[in-house]
Design a protein around this ligand. Structure first.
Ligand code: NAP
Length: 260
């Protein structure tokens, strides 16, 4: 399917690895020029080189922490007028409610709520003026069904979800489409870290933790960054012109419900 976005320009945050990289690759395959971001310059440059070689698109890189004000400013300086913004950042650390105080909460809210809100706020005026834009925020299945060990994520991302729900309905008439993509468990470094945490908490091997986690997913396995990226690119495409403020869950059926 032609996604109709060849020649468009995208910022993809936190994209040297994992779900961000999967999204960047799928956008590149659709002919989108990219501005990629991650904190570690070496991995970021390697990813950018691989994408340029595979898809022939223009790829800029900005090695900064996107959850800081300076980082976001540098990213927007490199690409002030993106047609597409894919919001992403690392997830908060696992723990339980009694582990976190004011500082931990502020960090989670800054990373997983305010960073995507402030980036969207910065690019929306240009998108509205040009009459076309796509903002996809990578949140988490934890927004629909809270994950006990990820209370910081459950909470901060719910705040972002509220912002997108309201704002998407205000900008849609200008051709600017905002939706969220909710990953369930995908096989990335993040899931490796979380499985390590489960293994040590429950005193089992990492392999056993992975097997247990995959066995309760109706699909029978974790998702892949490529599967995730393909859906992200679709949400950035010409074809979602009537899809406003939705939360698209990609979890292999793990959230058990008849509807919604
Ligand atoms: P990942 O494989 O660990 O990749 C994270 C990517 O983001 C890397 O490129 C990393 O590069 C970059 N990054 C992290 N923090 C950053 C920051 N502050 N500024 C700029 N770049 C940053 O993670 P993932 O699995 O793709 O997860 C992506 C997001 O989806 C996370 O928020 C995660 O919590 C959420 N999520 C993932 C899953 C899953 O199953 N994988 C499920 C639900 C939600 P550097 O380290 O070099 O910065």
């Amino acid at each position: 399917m032609d996604l109709g976005i060849k020649g468009r320009r995208a910022i993809v945050c936190a994209s040297s690895k994992g779900l961000g990289r999967g999204s960047a690759e799928a956008l590149a395959a659709a002919g989108v020029d990219l501005t990629l971001n991650a904190r570690t310059a070496e991995t970021l440059e390697a990813t950018a080189d691989a994408i340029r070689a595979a898809y022939g698109v223009t790829v800029k890189t900005v090695a900064v922490d996107v959850t800081t004000e300076e980082g976001r400013a540098a990213l927007l300086e490199a690409e002030p007028n993106p047609d597409i913004l894919v919001n992403n950042a690392g997830g908060p650390p696992p723990g339980v409610w009694s582990d976190w105080g004011h500082e931990e909460w502020l960090k989670a809210v800054e990373s997983n709520m305010l960073t995507p809100i402030l980036l969207a706020t910065a690019v929306l005026p240009g998108m509205i003026e040009r009459g076309w834009g796509r903002v996809v925020s990578i949140t988490s299945g934890s927004v629909k069904a809270p994950i006990p060990r990820l209370g910081l994520s459950n909470s901060a991302r719910a705040g972002l979800t509220g912002f997108v729900a309201g704002t998407a309905r205000q900008v849609a008439k200008h051709g600017v489409i905002m939706n969220n993509l909710l990953p369930g468990q995908h096989d990335t470094d993040r899931i490796k870290g979380l499985m390590g945490n489960v293994a040590s908490t429950e005193n089992i091997s990492v392999e056993e933790a992975r097997e247990r986690a995959q066995s309760v997913i109706p699909r029978g396995r974790f998702g892949t960054p490529a599967e995730f990226g393909a859906v992200c690119a679709f949400l950035c495409s010409e074809h979602v012109g009537f899809m406003v403020g939705q939360n698209v869950l990609l979890d292999g059926g793990a959230f058990n419900s008849t509807m919604g």
